[in-house]
Design a protein around this ligand. Sequence first.
Ligand code: COA
Length: 156
Amino acid sequence: MRTRAADVGDVAQMSAFLKELTAAGKRKSPDDEGFVLAHYIDDPNKVRCTVAEEDGIVLGFQSLKRAVAGNPYGVEPGWGIIGTHIRPSAARRGVGRALFEVSCSSARTASIAKIDATIAADNPEALAYYEAMGFRTYRTPEGLICKRFDVVAQKS
Ligand SMILES: CC(C)(COP(=O)(O)OP(=O)(O)OC[C@H]1O[C@@H](n2cnc3c(N)ncnc32)[C@H](O)[C@@H]1OP(=O)(O)O)[C@@H](O)C(=O)NCCC(=O)NCCS
């Protein structure tokens, strides 16, 4: 497995496994190719979108964006906003862990001090994943659990 920056050539595979996550009830946001392109590859607030790939198969991706004023998640402007999406057949193989190493280093390079992960309260896998990466709960809007990661407190 290797990690690299996501590019437009990954969009079809990213969308395909987001659709699998939607079908499994693990995703509520759009999953079409246009959404993937606009929100992960070409987003103006993107800090880094990383894919993990093996033999040409995209196993998962992680998006890190910078929160701007008025962002829909209510995240403090200047913080990072993270999202992680792993192909179901590649879950629990360390893909998410490998992606977060890259995102964390990208956050540090971009001088982002804290990262928000907003997770559905009924998504135990994602809650366990972010907790294992060092995120901790700091607010709980209805139906959601928002976890925060302190980038500057970590060793580089
Ligand atoms: C949740 C998700 C991101 C985890 O990614 P992953 O690549 O499977 O995670 P990893 O294999 O790197 O696991 C890292 C650690 O996270 C924790 N973890 C991951 N999946 C877990 C699960 N299903 N149950 C319990 N702990 C879990 C474990 O501590 C794990 O370490 P370990 O395997 O050494 O015990 C992935 O399953 C996923 O994309 N789920 C669907 C989409 C989603 O919910 N995204 C988050 C939206 S906010």
